[in-house]
Ligand binder design. Sequence first.
Ligand SMILES: [Zn+2]
Ligand SMILES: [Zn+2]
Length: 141
Amino acid sequence: MGYAYVYKCQKCGYEEHFNQGHGFLVHPQSVDDYFALKKKLFHYKTHNKIVSLSESHKNLQIKAAFQVYLCYKCKLLYDKVEIKVYDEGKTYHKSSFRCTACNRRLKLTNIHRLNRATCPKCKNKTFRRDSSYRSLWDKKL
Ligand SMILES: [Zn+2]
Ligand SMILES: [Zn+2]
């Protein structure tokens, strides 16, 4: 189950929703289950990686969830689908994302502790979590 959070800019009023957790299709599953869906849920590069890994490894698992990432330099927030492909002993693939503004590697962030970020629109550090709004969300993915 996932949660939706709303961030709102105190200055320009820009609002964005961030999702965290599991969706209807984005949740931990085996690679076999994923292929059975016959849907390319993830980025095509991730999908291709899963296909090629599955040719040489059996019993692979996929950890998948919506996560909120942060660029520690710009303080910009990103909503991404985190993917980890693994089996009992090893992790074969882990998603990593870069900030579109400065190209730094994004880090997973704890949205519960992060109250203020940079507004993607006006670039002021007035992007705040609207704590009155937190809802369960039922995304099609
Ligand atoms: Zn950045
Ligand atoms: Zn703003």
